[in-house]
Design a protein around this ligand. Structure first.
Ligand SMILES: O=c1[nH]cnc2c1ncn2[C@@H]1O[C@H](CO)[C@@H](O)[C@H]1O
Length: 341
C-alpha cells in the first residue's frame, strides 16, 4: 500500500452522497439473492456480481439497481442491509454519513413505511453503539416514478419523520424527468426543515442544475458535473458556495464521463466550486470511499494535507451541527499532524 493510501485508510472521513441499496456488499446482495433463489436475475454467487454490475449506460444502471431493490422484501432485510452498510463505512473510518434511502421503492414492494423507518432507525442506533458511526438519512424521490413517488416520499418524510432524517432528494434518471415539476414537494420538505439535495447534471446538461437551484432550492447538488459546460453556472456555484457531491468512478461506470482522466473535477476546483468526494454506489461501481479519495488525489495531485482537506470539506458541507463538525475537523487535524511528514 502506498504511503498516501495508508494515510487515506486511517483518515477520519464523512460521506454525503452514498445510496442505501447501492452500498449493499456483494456478500449481502448474494445472501439476499439466495433467499429468493430462482425468482431474481441477481446472481447469488458474489463472484458473478462483478459481471452483473457492468453497465451499458445510465438507464441500464438504474434497471440493474432496481433488480437489487427487488431483493429487499421485509423490514429484517432493511435492518440487516443498513447495519452492514454502516459496518463497511466505519471500516473505512467514516465517522458520519448522510445515506440516501428511497422509502417509496420499498413501500411499493410491500414494506409498510412505519416498519421501514423503524428498521433504518434500529440500524442507525446499532451502528452508533457498535461502530461509532453517525448515520443520517436523505429521503430521495425515485425520479422515474414521477409525481406519485414525490407525493408518497414527502408523506413518509413528514408523517414518519425518523430522527435521523435531515434532507430530501431526487434520484433516478434525469432524462425525461424535468426538475420543476417537483417544486411543490421540495417547498413543503424545506418548510418542514429538511435540506434540499437533488441529483442534477449527472446525465443531462446545466439547465437541470439551474432548475434544481431555482425550483428545488438545492443547497447541494448530487453530481452536478455538467456545470462545467456553463461558465455562468460555475460562477454562480462558486459565488454562493453551493457544493457538488462528486463521485468520480460512478460517473465513469454509468458512462456519464468517458474516463477518469477526463473527469471534470480539476475544472470544478479551478473555478472555486466547493465539492465533496463520495462513492455513490460503491460495490456496484467496484469502488470504495477510500478508493474515491485516491482517485481524487491522483486527479488533483494532492498530498496528505490536500487529502485531509477533502475530508474536512465533506464535514463542513454536511448537515451536522457546527459543534459536531468542529469535533470531526479537530480529529482530522490531529490525525494529519501525527502523520510522519
Ligand atoms: O448515481 C445515481 N444517480 C441517480 N439515482 C441513483 C444513483 N445511484 C443510485 N440511485 C438510486 O436509483 C434509484 C432509482 O429509482 C433511486 O433509489 C436512487 O436513489
Amino acid at each position: 500500500m502506498t504511503e498516501l493510501a495508508s494515510f487515506i485508510a486511517g483518515l477520519p472521513k464523512a460521506e454525503l452522497h452514498v445510496h442505501h441499496v447501492g452500498s449493499a456488499s456483494p456478500r449481502i446482495v448474494a445472501e439476499l439473492a439466495a433467499r429468493h433463489e430462482g425468482q431474481s436475475p441477481v446472481p447469488s454467487d458474489p463472484a458473478a456480481l462483478a459481471d452483473y454490475f457492468a453497465f451499458k449506460d445510465f438507464k441500464h444502471f438504474i434497471d440493474i439497481y432496481l433488480t437489487v431493490v427487488d431483493l429487499i422484501r421485509d423490514d429484517e432485510d432493511v435492518r440487516m442491509l443498513t447495519y452492514e452498510v454502516a459496518r463497511e463505512l466505519a471500516r473505512q473510518q467514516v465517522r458520519y454519513a448522510e445515506l440516501t434511502v428511497t422509502p417509496f421503492s420499498h413501500v411499493k414492494r410491500g414494506i409498510p413505511a412505519p416498519a421501514f423507518c423503524a428498521a433504518i432507525e434500529d440500524a442507525r442506533a446499532g451502528a452508533a453503539a457498535d461502530f461509532g458511526i453517525e448515520l443520517r438519512w436523505c429521503f430521495d424521490i425515485p425520479g422515474e416514478a414521477g409525481l406519485p413517488a414525490a407525493e408518497e416520499t414527502l408523506r413518509i418524510a413528514l408523517e414518519e419523520r425518523p430522527d435521523g432524517l435531515v434532507s430530501f432528494g431526487l434520484g433516478g434518471p434525469e432524462i425525461g424527468v424535468p426538475r420543476p415539476q417537483f417544486k411543490p414537494y421540495f417547498d413543503k420538505a424545506r418548510a418542514a426543515g429538511l435540506h434540499s439535495v437533488p441529483h442534477a447534471g449527472e446525465t443531462t446538461g446545466p439547465t437541470t442544475i439551474w432548475d434544481a437551484l431555482r425550483d428545488l432550492g438545492a443547497e447541494r447538488i448530487g453530481h452536478g458535473i455538467a456545470a462545467v459546460g456553463d461558465p455562468q453556472l460555475m460562477a454562480y456555484l462558486a459565488e454562493h458556495q453551493i457544493p457538488l457531491e462528486i463521485s468520480p468512478t460512478s460517473n465513469v461506470r454509468t458512462r456519464a464521463v468517458a474516463s477518469v482522466a477526463e473527469h471534470p473535477l480539476p475544472q470544478i476546483v479551478a473555478a472555486g466550486v466547493p465539492f465533496s468526494i463520495n462513492s455513490d454506489d460503491p460495490p456496484m461501481f467496484g469502488t470504495t470511499l477510500e478508493e474515491e479519495y485516491a482517485v481524487a488525489a491522483h486527479l488533483l495531485e494532492l498530498d496528505a494535507a490536500g487529502v485531509a482537506g477533502l475530508a474536512k470539506a465533506a464535514v463542513t458541507q454536511s448537515f451536522l451541527p457546527t459543534t459536531t463538525q468542529q469535533k470531526l475537523l479537530t480529529e482530522i487535524d490531529d490525525y494529519t499532524e501525527k502523520w510522519p511528514a
